[in-house]
Design a protein around this ligand. Structure first.
Ligand code: HEM
Ligand SMILES: CC(C)=CCC/C(C)=C/CC/C(C)=C/COP(=O)(O)OP(=O)(O)O
Length: 322
């Protein structure tokens, strides 16, 4: 990994901008291993892995998934590629913002290891491959929903919502919530109540996933002039909203149990949701300071395990109860 000396200057007191690379540095420091890692980071592959997992669960819950295994595989590859394209589009728009935030400072475009033009070509290749694979292996509805996901995140959220409203992620979250439905439609070609509830579940989970992290990173967001809720409405209001959305997620997470009669899922959802709400209550009760900041990080980390657990429980129930 290329190392930077972060230098403070009057116009860049934290030295964050000095960490950004130059065109010359990009050519001098080319290393294939690092380049592949950069492509991985640029596609936000870790986030995409959870998107693909929720899509896989949508497929497994659909009737006759095994018979339609080719559509199932095409659906998963298509979502992975289209989700990756969304991640690249997001970073093409935001290199300046990424340079201002400690969390994103070392991203390939922010540090100049990959050029904007290179990233545009990469996004186009990912998107073309996604469209080709979905058009070949699935159906028009699946293709349209996936395109809506990429445009919703890469364009609508990144370009319009994120810089303009503190409620950006409530609406931006819709794009990332679509994969369970996309997985279902890849198999069935139609929409049904269960996958729509699974979309609703990710949709209401997203604010309680992201706002704890936004509390933790609020100073960086403020510096970058991004109107995230803790910066515009304060920490107390944000903690209240985190609690509201955690409770809402807990409630919505019980609906699949009633729709399917799957009590294994129901039990796991009840317990893991109660823990999520408990964390939101503790976050709300803590006095502002370092402990609260650290606890907000823990809640963000738990939110990811929680969603993974809910979706794992859904397949577990299906496998054990049929
Ligand atoms: C607009 C909606 C969303 C926002 C604003 C958001 C925001 C974020 C942010 C800022 C991070 C930290 C990334 C980093 O460490 O650099 C993150 C991580 C993550 N998000 Fe979200 N997220 C959203 C939706 C989703 C959805 C829908 C999923 C999956 C279903 C998801 C899964 C993840 C995962 C797995 C990580 C951890 C990535 C890692 O460990 O590197 N997110 N999210
Ligand atoms: C179905 C389909 C193809 C969907 C694609 C949607 C997608 C990739 C959603 C991921 C959401 C996400 C990583 C948000 C990060 O927020 P941010 O960009 O504000 O975070 P950052 O500060 O880390 O860049």
């Amino acid at each position: 990994m290329k190392s930077h000396v972060i230098t403070a200057t009057p116009s860049d007191p934290d030295g964050l901008l000095s960490a950004a690379g130059t065109e010359a540095a990009r050519h001098q420091n080319f290393r294939p291993g690092l380049f592949l890692h950069d492509l991985w980071v640029l596609a936000k592959a870790r986030v995409v892995s959870l998107l693909v997992f929720t899509a896989a669960v949508g497929e497994i819950l659909a009737p006759n998934a095994l018979i339609h295994w080719q559509s199932a595989l095409a659906g998963l590859f298509g979502i992975a590629l289209a989700g990756g394209a969304g991640g690249v589009l997001n970073q093409i728009v935001e290199p300046d913002l990424d340079q201002h935030m400690r969390r994103t400072l070392h991203r390939p475009l922010a540090e100049g290891r990959i050029s904007r033009r290179g990233a545009i070509v990469y996004a186009a290749l990912l998107m073309t491959a996604a469209i080709a694979i979905l058009a070949w292996g699935t159906n028009p509805l699946t293709l349209i929903l996936t395109l809506a996901g990429t445009v919703g995140y890469g364009v609508v959220y990144t370009l319009y919502l994120k810089p303009s409203t503190p409620w950006n992620i409530v609406w931006g979250g819709l794009a990332g919530a679509l994969p369970p439905l996309i997985g279902w439609t890849a198999i069935t070609g139609s929409i049904a109540a269960l996958p729509v509830v699974l979309v609703l579940l990710v949709f209401v989970w997203t604010p309680a996933h992201f706002w704890p992290l936004a509390i933790n990173c609020r100073r960086d967001y403020a510096k970058a002039c991004i109107p995230m809720l803790p910066c515009t409405h304060g920490i107390d209001r944000t903690r209240k909203e985190v609690l509201n959305y955690a409770i809402l997620t807990w409630v919505v997470s019980m609906i699949p149990a009633f729709l399917t009669g799957d009590w294994i899922y129901g039990g796991i959802a009840w317990l893991s949701g109660a823990w999520f709400v408990g964390m939101a209550l503790r976050l709300k009760a803590l006095p502002e300071g370092q402990e609260m900041d650290q606890y907000a990080r823990s809640m963000f980390a738990y939110s990811i395990s929680y969603l993974f657990l809910l979706y794992t429980a859904l397949i577990l129930g299906k496998l054990l109860l049929g």
